[in-house]
Design a binder for this molecule. Structure first.
Ligand code: PEP
Length: 247
């Protein structure tokens, strides 16, 4: 059976004071068969790992460089994230694809490096509004899956997050049947490429304006194994509501 995952992406939000929210989450009872991941800014990963130590909360990075080390001012290596206590890293978030011109190939190279460092990758895919309106959603998602995931994927090193770009931070959410169509398609593509064993084990998260008030219905959709949450992960009470909806 696939484990469920509630993953919070704090994006470029949070200084030391934000660790109080993590402390609150860490004190809650561990949910059954559900993993909980918080991806704070890189500056907080080490301290967040200490706060989350001995709790059910795992800590992740929001990006890593494609190289292991070297002359890349301002960048963070996968190995450094792992050393700081991270178990996961988000890759290919649409904000990285948009702000930093990350292509599928770049995401794929980063993923291979992250796996070498022992991190689990949360690889994001999603269509823009114009791509959806042009009825290109599945073509875009298929291309991103094929291009962004290295061949060495296993059920243990990969999580896929479907995040329609137009739903991120906008309060707009696709219909349940639109979410289901994409998640079933992602599952089918994973099974076809990696075989049923791996393809059925990889968790597929939905991301885009998930809140405690819509989480239960989103989690009822087939092949939705959890959520990647931005805004509603910043406050412990909101994120706990989403964790509870999944458990
Ligand atoms: C995200 O950043 O991955 C995200 C889904 O953001 P939000 O939940 O704020 O839409």
């Amino acid at each position: 059976m696939r484990r469920k995952l509630a993953a919070g992406n704090w994006k470029m939000n949070g200084t030391s004071a934000a660790l109080a929210e993590l402390e609150t989450l860490a004190k809650a009872a561990p949910p059954a068969e559900t993993d909980v991941l918080i991806c704070p800014p890189a500056t907080l990963i080490s301290r967040a790992s200490h706060v989350a130590e001995n709790s059910h909360i795992q800590i992740g990075g929001q990006d890593c460089h494609a190289a292991n080390s070297g002359a890349h001012t301002g960048d963070v290596a996968a190995d450094m994230l792992h050393d700081a206590g991270a178990s996961h890293v988000i890759l290919g978030h649409s904000e990285r694809r948009e702000d930093h011109g990350e292509t599928n190939e770049v995401v794929r190279t980063k993923a291979a490096t992250a796996w070498e460092a022992g991190l689990i990758t949360v690889i994001c895919v999603g269509e823009t509004l114009s791509e959806r309106e042009a009825e290109n959603t599945l073509d875009i998602i298929g291309g991103q899956l094929a291009g962004s995931i290295p061949d060495a994927a296993t059920g243990e090193n990969l999580v896929v997050a479907y995040e329609p770009v137009w739903a991120i931070g906008t309060g707009k959410v696709p219909t349940l049947s639109q979410i289901g169509d994409v998640h079933d398609f992602v599952r089918m593509r994973l099974e076809r490429r990696f075989g049923e064993g791996i393809g059925r084990t990889v968790p597929i998260l939905y991301g885009g304006s998930v809140k405690p008030s819509n989480a239960v219905e989103i989690f009822s959709v087939s092949n939705v194994d959890g959520a990647l949450v931005g805004g509603a992960s910043l406050k412990a009470a909101d994120f706990q509501g989403i964790i509870d909806a999944l458990a």
